[in-house]
Ligand binder design. Structure first.
Ligand code: 13P
Length: 250
């Protein structure tokens, strides 16, 4: 069976002092989690979070990574830099990067390859816009986004990637996909993986739901057979809310 993974995506929030306070508050609340617990944070908070999370079950993640090992890429961070700061996970291809920073399926693929080859665990984000869902393109789109992002990886590497299905219209809007919609589209992603890599591998890949996941809706979503966790934005910024999501089984 797949182990669930609940990850916070803090986006552009929290100073180092606020980050340490949040993790310190979170630690006792999530210590008995049955799932993997990750917080993906701004790079300015790596050290504070690493120190605060020391000895706990909270894992450190980043929100992006560049594909090159080093060089003239102002403002970017390499996989080795992240690793040197104690980062284990990295979010790649978030819809906010695709929408506001020109991220494409091709650059997502380059980042995924670099991260995986450096030994980082990838949380690959895919998902459709509202217009795309309304036009009936959701399945084709998430299938394409997923497979192109994984191009160049070995089967063993694909198995380790966590996929986050995040319908763009549900992010930060308070609108959630229904439990059935989320389950169905995640099922589509798993079928695409099965066609390309075989059912056995597809059954091992963890696929999260993301988009206004919160303490109220987490139980219903996590009860769906295809949903293996969540990528949480707004509700990850408060220890009480995030811990209720992490403890969805209690
Ligand atoms: P919200 O939970 O704020 O909708 O954000 C979801 C998200 O984008 C996580 O990556």
């Amino acid at each position: 069976m797949r182990k669930a993974i609940i990850a916070g995506n803090w986006k552009m929030n929290k100073t180092p002092a606020e980050a340490a306070a949040l993790v310190n508050e979170l630690k006792p609340l999530v210590k008995d989690a049955i799932c993997d617990v990750v917080v993906c944070v701004p790079a300015t908070n790596f050290q504070a979070v690493k120190e605060a999370a020391e000895g706990s079950n909270i894992k450190l993640g980043a929100e992006n990574v560049h594909w090159a090992a080093s060089g003239a890429f102002t403002g970017e961070l390499s996989a080795d830099m992240l690793k040197a700061c104690g980062v284990e996970y990295v979010v790649i291809g978030h819809s906010e990067r695709r929408q506001y920073f020109g991220e494409t399926d091709a650059t997502v693929n380059k980042r995924v390859q670099a991260a995986v080859n450096a030994g980082l665990k990838v949380i690959l984000c895919v998902g459709e816009l509202k217009e795309e869902r309304e036009a009936g393109y959701t399945d084709a789109l998430v299938e394409y986004q997923t497979l192109i992002a994984l191009t160049g990886l070995t089967n063993e590497q694909v198995e380790e990637v966590v996929i986050a299905y995040e319908p763009v219209w549900a992010i930060g809007t308070g609108l959630t996909a229904t439990d059935e919609q989320a389950n169905e589209t995640i099922g589509v992603i798993r079928k695409a993986l099965a066609r390309k890599y075989g059912q056995e591998l597809a059954d091992k890949v963890r696929i999260q739901y993301g988009g206004s996941m919160n303490p109220k809706n987490v139980k219903g979503l996590m009860a769906q057979p295809e949903i293996d966790g969540g990528l949480i934005g707004g509700a990850s910024l408060k220890a009480a809310d995030f811990s209720l999501v992490v403890n969805y089984d209690k």
